[in-house]
Design a protein around this ligand. Structure first.
Ligand code: BEZ
Length: 202
């Protein structure tokens, strides 16, 4: 049985979980729950992944693999390749990278508040992270709606998890304002059973 280092708040872990459910492989994996942050890595899988991050996957044989993009690609390959279709491969990977970058920036904003002493926090730095998220949201709204509305792929799953994380941790930023098409897409996408059963928890 493969083992996945897991945290229910992580949008990167959620990507893997949604991909596992959508490809019918959830029962092939045991979840190992870990809590931590860049400044509290005791429980994190530092022996398996020098970066000490979730998700990290221990396969039945071979070294551990990470990060979420690698693990999602691994599971999709194992299931036949539906989530990374050859005909749209570079667009799918770019969409996934866009969503992953949104998650990175959104998580760094949380860590700034959680891990740094109050007098060392930088408002300017937090806002520059939000600017990345905001530009990515505008790009999704103006350039990616047709891809998002096509057959399910890993780019869509990643965007769904990124938007879910914004609702979870940055609700006050009101990301839907001025992005009506993206908001409508997400309302529909968030209703998928795989999204419903992986809603983030602290
Ligand atoms: C969070 O609590 O927001 C979080 C936890 C693990 C990874 C990323 C984010």
């Amino acid at each position: 049985m493969m083992k996945l280092f897991h945290n229910p708040a992580s949008p990167f872990v959620r990507k893997v979980m949604v991909a596992l459910i959508e490809t019918g492989q959830l029962d092939d994996v045991t979840l190992i729950s870990v809590a931590g942050s860049p400044t509290a890595s005791e429980q994190m899988p530092t022996a398996q992944n020098p970066l000490g991050k979730v998700p990290t996957l221990i396969r039945d044989s071979g070294p551990a693999i990470y990060d979420s993009r690698v693990i999602c690609r691994f599971f999709d390959h194992r299931a036949g390749g539906r989530l990374y279709p050859e005909s749209h491969l570079w667009e799918t990977l770019t969409l996934e990278a866009t969503a992953d970058g949104m998650m990175d920036a959104a998580v760094l904003m949380v860590y700034e508040a959680r891990c740094r002493p109050e007098d060392k926090r930088s408002e300017e730095w937090v806002e520059s992270q939000w600017n990345k998220v905001s530009r990515a949201l505008d790009a999704l709204e103006s350039r990616w709606m047709s891809h998002l509305s096509g057959p399910l792929d890993m780019g869509q799953i990643a965007v769904g998890c990124a938007l879910g994380y914004l609702d979870f941790r940055h609700d006050a930023r009101n990301w839907r304002k001025g992005r009506e098409a993206l908001a409508a897409w997400y309302e529909d996408f968030a209703g998928r059973p795989a999204m419903q059963v992986t809603q983030p928890r602290a």
